[in-house]
Write a protein that binds this ligand. Structure first.
Ligand SMILES: [Zn+2]
Length: 339
């Protein structure tokens, strides 16, 4: 490098990463000044791309890593993260665990609906998020680029899309995780366990008691679940998600992470209970349970009951109930307890 002559390198980033660059530099080929000492990782981040979003890099066609130091005039290529992206799993774990940033509450509930282990709090600051993600080996999902630049973070990912539907699609396309729909509490992420109808009968309104036989209860917060109103909307989410994950895997981009579950054929008919969030108010008159108290405090009980009462009168509700029963056959209860 000649004194007084500034070094430069050329960086070509994949189209998928252009969104991270400032508008004025949103070009696949960027010539940037080079100080002769910075690493590739530092240069890529300076350009605006968080390292967790950068895929394989190369210099002059040769593979390079974030710690590589380029030479003057080098041409660097930065690919997007390959999809589906593998996540290191702990022993006994067959799907990644996730932690969501504070503004992704709706996405968190949808992920729990699909059975993904999803931690979420609406009041955590960045250091606390990084600490929990690292301690519990959870993939931190965020739309905060600054958070993804934190060196201490073990595994993070940027969630694309402003609508929860798009965010969920992006997440499923990126990780193609094993799904277990209808097995988690959307409120607290606890696992649902089968429970006898007699045990929860006193918590139910008459209409619910008459219509459903299979129930589950959240092992953590005690919320009771059954298949209820809005089931069609939730089932649509589950169906789309399952098809998307199957399509991603079917493209040969990954092997199923848990062969046992593939053979077992998880489906909505195996875990047959579910009470969607909007009808959780059914349990408001019950005697105990933290989430019921929360809902009562939030003033949702009366509204929820009236919505639910109107649905109880509609043919849709009756036919939804019939369909569910016919899918599960006479083993509606035992299918649930077997799941
Ligand atoms: Zn719960």
């Amino acid at each position: 490098m000649l004194i007084g002559v500034e070094s430069e390198i050329t960086i070509r980033v994949a189209d998928e990463l252009l969104m991270f660059l400032p508008a004025t530099r949103r070009d696949t080929a960027n010539r940037v000044p080079y100080d002769g000492t910075s690493t590739l990782g530092h240069i890529v981040e300076s350009l605006g791309v968080p390292l967790p979003e950068a895929g394989p890099m190369s210099i002059g066609g040769e593979p390079a890593g974030p710690s590589t130091r380029p030479d003057d005039g080098d041409e660097v290529r930065v690919a997007a993260v390959p999809r589906p992206q593998p996540v290191p799993l702990e022993p006994g774990q067959d799907a990644p665990r996730f932690l969501l940033d504070v503004h992704l509450g709706t996405l968190a509930r949808r992920m729990r609906l699909l059975g993904l282990d999803t931690a979420y709090h609406n009041d955590m600051d960045d250091p606390a998020l990084v600490a929990q993600a690292n301690a519990e080996r959870r993939v931190l999902l965020t739309q905060d680029r600054g958070l993804l630049r934190r060196r201490a973070l073990w595994f993070g990912a940027y969630v694309r899309g402003s609508r929860p539907d798009d965010q969920l699609r992006d997440l499923l396309d990126r990780f193609a995780p094993v799904l277990r729909p209808w097995t988690r509490c959307t409120a607290c992420n606890g696992e649902l366990v089968p429970v006898d109808k007699q045990e929860v009968e006193h918590d139910l309104e008459a209409g619910t008691r008459r219509s459903y036989d299979a129930y589950g209860r959240c092992a953590d917060c005690g919320q009771v679940y059954w298949r209820g109103a809005h089931g069609d909307h939730l089932e649509e989410i589950v169906r789309e998600a399952t098809e998307l994950v199957e399509a991603v895997r079917g493209n040969g981009r990954t092997e199923p992470r848990c062969r046992r579950d593939e053979e077992r054929g998880w489906s909505t008919s195996i875990s047959s209970w579910w009470e969607p969030r909007s009808s959780r108010t059914d349990g408001c008159s019950a005697r105990s349970g933290p989430s019921r108290r929360t809902w009562r405090a939030a003033g949702n009980c009366r509204v929820g009951r009236s919505i639910r009462a109107s649905r109880m009168r509609t043919p849709w509700y009756a036919s939804a109930t019939r369909n569910w029963r016919s899918r599960c056959g006479s083993a509606a209860g035992s299918a649930a307890t077997g799941g």
